[in-house]
Write a protein that binds this ligand. Sequence first.
Ligand SMILES: NC(=O)c1ccc[n+]([C@@H]2O[C@H](COP(=O)([O-])OP(=O)(O)OC[C@H]3O[C@@H](n4cnc5c(N)ncnc54)[C@H](OP(=O)(O)O)[C@@H]3O)[C@@H](O)[C@H]2O)c1
Length: 286
Amino acid sequence: MNENASGQLVVVTGSSTGIGLATASRLAAAGFHVLAGVRRQADAERVSGPRIEPVILDVTDEQHLARLRERVENDPSGRPLRAVVNNAGIAINAPVEALSLADWRRQFEVTVFGQVAVIQALLPSLLSSRGRVVNIGSVGSRVAMPSFGAYSGAKYAMDAVSDALRREVASLGVKVVIVTPGAVKTSLTERGLEEADRVAATMTEQQRSRYGPLMRAYRETVQGWARDGAEPAAVAAVVETAITAGRPRTRYTVGRDAGFMVPVSRLVPDRVLDQMVLGQMKLPRR
Ligand SMILES: NC(=O)c1ccc[n+]([C@@H]2O[C@H](COP(=O)([O-])OP(=O)(O)OC[C@H]3O[C@@H](n4cnc5c(N)ncnc54)[C@H](OP(=O)(O)O)[C@@H]3O)[C@@H](O)[C@H]2O)c1
């Protein structure tokens, strides 16, 4: 148990499963009082535990956000907000051409505007506590694989938002950290595959023949990630470091894949990266 943690609040969005659940558990074990965002009452009952207080939070719901702000600003024990972990996310994967604008908007609504809304709701508290924003990014925010246009687009956007925010609030005492995992074994894979099947069912015949091989490659690639990916606990450990380190890095990667791809993406020319990405998905290279 971390002496400094007790008596401080942390908000973790998307705590029902995966990285969010592992993070909420780890931070509670470290002694923080965790306000764990979940969308359903059944999940609230399941995640509730010592120092884990569930809060109903859909990051696209203004009333939920207002209630969260109120809860944090009027903590019954007067505890300061140490950090918000912006983790909630969805993955809607399909070729740029075949994804409806409604799906593009939904991806950005949750993964960009939802995260920005959480930051806006909690920044006043973080400014007064000199707390931290920890945004869960993705290696997809540095390398956009085919069929990941919407997901990566949203993650790239949040990377830029995080950079801008870090430069806005550093002198005001708030630190902003991006945690960039590679593949992690969570339900995001299964949920992403369901979304991809739903979108595939709406494709025209021509789109199906154009993108059939890509969609099969996508499926095999993410199934491989689900088998070989890091455990959610590995991300949670890095989040704890991001929150507790005296001078946290601006960015952390998690997993060997992210540790390799993120720096490589900065060094190699686009066309070389194209070949690497297509090779990784076992798609024809040009
Ligand atoms: N898994 C990976 O390989 C991987 C890699 C890099 C980055 N990430 C990122 O890690 C984060 C967590 O994902 P995960 O892998 O742990 O997946 P996950 O197990 O599917 O968890 C996603 C979480 O987000 C919540 N969520 C979805 N829409 C929401 C909304 N509108 N409002 C509030 N919460 C919402 C889900 O809640 P419900 O249960 O209510 O739907 C769930 O708690 C995401 O930002 C993801 O992009 C994941």
